[in-house]
Design a protein around this ligand. Structure first.
Ligand code: PRP
Length: 189
């Protein structure tokens, strides 16, 4: 099946993504002007956003990666349980850390990451998130930079996967409702 056959609608076009990412990059460049900056990308979903965002940041900055997992393959709803799969390489003490995420949903993942990274005494710790499903929030999270606030729909593309595929798409699309059963396992408790 071609990826187009999974698409209900294109929620955020390639052009809209790139325009907004340029705005975010300009804002971040201004806010951190003259300061140290370390972008921390949360894998895997954040990788497309990171690579485009860093090309729009005009001040010197470093990057690092961490991987956490809250969902199993095919499981949409967060359990609230977060596992750390890969930790940062960098020591973040006294550094200005900006977390780069693709999507915030319930907030459990970022809540966990924030609590973990705060214990390492960074100079500052902020969040830049491309997509915010704010209506789904279970834990309050202050997001410093938001790309787009989106409705509670199953989205894929631009870092977000359909069972690990289609992260490479340059746009964000919603999944056809008739295909939900194929990709979404509801929590069974
Ligand atoms: C997604 C996303 C966030 C998290 C958000 O990652 O990248 O890390 O879920 O959900 P929450 O706010 O409900 O915690 P996912 O676990 O799907 O991993 P992936 O990025 O490797 O696809």
């Amino acid at each position: 099946m071609q990826w187009q056959e999974y698409v209900d609608e294109v929620l955020v076009t390639k052009e809209a993504l790139q325009t907004r990412i340029a705005e975010l990059g300009a804002q971040i460049s201004q806010d951190y002007q003259g300061q140290d900056l370390l972008l921390v990308c949360v894998l895997k979903g954040g990788v497309m956003f990171l690579t485009d965002l860093m090309r729009q940041i005009s001040i010197p900055h470093a990057i690092d990666f961490m991987a956490v997992s809250s969902y199993g393959t095919g499981v949409r709803d967060s359990t609230g349980i977060v596992r750390i799969l890969m930790d940062l390489g960098a020591d973040i003490r006294e550094r200005n850390v900006l977390i780069v995420e693709d999507i915030i949903d319930t907030g459990h993942t970022l809540d966990y990451i924030l609590r973990l990274l705060r214990t390492r005494n960074p100079a500052s710790l902020r969040i830049c998130c491309l997509l915010d499903k704010s209506s789904r929030r279970e834990v309050p999270i202050g997001v410093d930079y938001v790309g787009f606030t989106i409705p509670d729909e199953f989205v894929f593309g631009y870092g977000l996967d359909l069972d690990e595929l289609y992260r490479d798409l340059p746009l964000v699309a919603t999944l056809k409702p008739e295909l939900y059963d194929q990709f979404i396992e509801q929590e069974t408790d």
